[in-house]
Design a protein around this ligand. Structure first.
Ligand SMILES: O=P(O)(O)OC[C@H]1O[C@](O)(COP(=O)(O)O)[C@@H](O)[C@@H]1O
Ligand SMILES: [Mg+2]
Ligand SMILES: [Mg+2]
Length: 322
């Protein structure tokens, strides 16, 4: 008879969010219900992704699944999706007081190769007195109340912050629930990995070129960083959160504002990285302080371990002064 203790006290995502809600006497429980809808949405999107029918349409399928899950929760007023040109204002009768911005399928260029893809989301409360308009999401990312992503691969991993640290959950297919597997994720203050599409190096400015060269050709006595680039932001950021280092999609001569979208890619990831003790900037300041001028606005982004991002900022400031 082995004396190994069997833990029966698994913490599901629903229970963990409820525990979090109990800490806030003023909480109405609406956010908990909304997060259940998000969980349903990513669970279904993940399932359709695994089936892999008609690969290319997966963005559309995930988008429809997520919109339906959010709308039917009765907790959402406004949705912004990468896949929809306009913001979606939920009709009366189903309208709630939260706004969800999301990228239903991130890493779409990797779908056919079966490489990890994911869903990225952020949640705002409507402004006081607002019945839900697009202005409720054209706000700094720091005003979000929830940020998260779900990564679909060999397992489905959800990483979530309610503004009080970052936790990771893994989908247990047997019970169809996300289980708390990575409590209180803290990003190392410095890493050994850089993640950027070097295929764009010829378009980079001097600061970018000098910074990434400083990682590849360090002074004597220092080891070069390793390069890792999956090409799915959700997967590259997930690794950066766990192992440390820096992920970047800089602006360059070809893409003046970089490639990644502020509302539903940069903001949620910056929120998570900061909550995990890291840093996220665009070259002139904190990503989460930016006020988007339109829902599909793009922004350059450098995020990850605090010391690594600060190293880049120092070099960038040096060239900015020239
Ligand atoms: O191929 P590139 O230019 O390096 O771009 C890769 C980036 O583009 C994206 O695929 C854009 O996201 P979508 O797949 O949601 O459009 C990111 O996930 C990724 O970081
Ligand atoms: Mg994306
Ligand atoms: Mg996408």
């Amino acid at each position: 008879m082995s004396d190994e203790k069997v833990t029966t006290d698994i913490i599901t995502l629903s229970r963990h969010v409820l525990d979090e809600q109990r800490k806030h006497k003023e909480a109405s429980g609406e956010l908990t219900l909304l997060l259940n809808a998000v969980q349903l949405g990513v669970g279904l999107a993940g399932a359709s992704n695994v089936q892999g029918e008609e690969q290319k349409k997966l963005d559309v399928i995930s988008n429809e699944i997520f919109i339906n899950a959010l709308r039917s929760s009765g907790r959402v007023a406004v949705m912004v999706s990468e896949e929809d040109e306009q913001a979606i204002i939920v009709e009366d009768g189903l309208r709630g007081r939260y706004c969800v911005v999301f990228d239903p399928l991130d890493g779409s260029s990797n779908i056919d190769a079966g490489v990890n893809v994911g869903t990225i989301f952020g949640i705002y409360r409507t402004r006081p007195g607002s019945n839900g308009t697009v202005e409720d999401v054209l706000r700094p990312g720091k005003e979000m109340v929830v940020a998260g992503y779900c990564m679909y691969g060999s397992s489905a991993n959800m990483v979530l912050s309610l503004g009080n640290g970052v936790n990771g959950y893994t989908l247990d297919n047997a019970i169809g629930e996300f289980i708390l597997t990575h409590p209180n994720i803290r990003i190392p203050s410095r890493g050994k990995i850089y993640s950027v599409n070097e295929g764009n190096a010829m378009y980079w400015d001097e600061a970018c070129t000098e910074y990434f060269n400083s990682l590849k050709f360090p002074p004597p006595g220092k080891n070069p960083y390793s390069a890792r680039y999956i090409g799915s932001m959700v997967a590259d950021v997930h690794r950066t959160l766990l192992y440390g280092g820096i992920f970047a999609y800089p602006a360059d001569k070809k893409s003046k504002n970089g490639k990644l979208r502020l509302l539903y890619e940069c903001f949620p990831m910056a929120y998570l990285v900061e909550q995990a003790g890291g840093k996220a900037v665009n070259g002139s300041g904190r990503i989460l302080d930016i006020v988007p001028d339109q829902i599909h606005a793009r922004a350059p982004i450098f995020l990850g371990s605090n010391d690594d991002v600060e190293d880049w900022e120092k070099i960038n400031e040096k060239f900015a002064k020239k």
